[in-house]
Ligand binder design. Sequence first.
Ligand code: PLP
Length: 454
Amino acid sequence: MSVRDTFNKHLLHPWSDLPNLGEDDSTPVIVRGEGVYIYDDNGQRMIDGPGGMWCMQTGYGRQEIADRVATQIVELGYSTAFSTINPLEAELAQRIAEKTPGDLNRVFFTTGGSTAVDSALRLCQLARNIRGEPQRKHILCRDKGYHGSTYLSASVTGKERDKTAMDTAVDLVHFLTAPCAFYQEQEFASEEAFCDFLIAELEAKIAELGPENIMCFIAEPILGSGGVLVPPKGYNRRCWEVVKRHGITYIADEVVTAFGRLGHWFASETLFDVVPDIITFAKGVTSGYLPLGGYAVSDAFMAEISGDNAEGNCYSNGFTWSANPVSCAAALESWDIIEREQLLEHVRDVGPYFQAQLRTLMDLPLVADVRGMGMMAAVEMSLGSDAEGEALLEQDYHLGDLIDSHCREFGLLVRPLINVCIMSPPLILTREQVDDLVSALRKALLKAQEELLG
Ligand SMILES: Cc1ncc(COP(=O)(O)O)c(C=O)c1O
């Protein structure tokens, strides 16, 4: 049986299209990766536009990571954080604490981003219980935010276009407007006016629920999977000021934005002037080579729920692969590569060029918007038709599928999120490779334009 036949018979993938289960003829079979390129089973070489799943920081085929991981497997292939300490988790936690803002000095390791978010939210619930505020459990989040696929992390996810009939913890969760002017029907005179609107909405929601009932606000500094939504200037800082004034915990979900994607180890303070109580991370921490995630939490937060304040409580949350030494080895080596090859500086240098070159696509009729920062960007496509609701969604899916197959033909993997080409390439992407990426996307858009618009 071919790989595709076996896939169709035996596999269930994330976000599987259920009506067509077992009939997939377009998902690429990827067999090899080198640098910024991946190769399919027909030998077609493609730039990896989404960088795996926002995680491939240092590029494919890193012998250094392979060697460090292999050495670690032989040295100590597993240890459990439930009852032992391994030296690698200690070193990684120390490095993270040095780079996180403020007093975020304590790290909890998980197996990925969803478990990081879930664990952070459960820590907040525990904290409210310990502090005698058991009613304080409501969570503020945003439309188009993505935080994961466990029950709680999916519950705070606000991607309304992902059709789902799966249950979520609706009673606890409140969605605010996505901070992206492109999606606003209402016109605003300026970026500042839009920001004022968003902050007023946040204040109003807090007043409506009562601050004494709100546990936390969770936000990606730039919304990734929702379509790379870069908020208006000052938005993150102003949200932080509002929620802190009301004693609400601020969780920055940096699962995408950390480890160099925006040119810094963490983006919250450096780029957005925010010192969260908790920062979640995953993905780029190992350059995607092995699963690992976690959160860093402030000493002040932990002081309130530990020692004499803890009243015999324990943090009953953890995973078999929490702080797995082999994953930590991959993370430490990826970290060393980022430092050795000055990839943060590289992103700060090439990122603006990447954004500028992508923006040149705005001259094409199929391109509705281009936005981004650093090495994360979105090219949003539209047919500009009058279709609405389900009909528009269907049209957008079709447009995305067409661009997907054309891009591959021209040497670029995109796999659009419906009608949005998400770009999160390996951080090592050079200017020449930026040109190749944009040129492939332009060719694909022109070909689709001819087919769809004549
Ligand atoms: C901001 C953010 N948080 C959490 C997650 C969930 O991470 P994971 O897929 O590793 O569980 C993602 C995944 O895309 C993400 O983008």
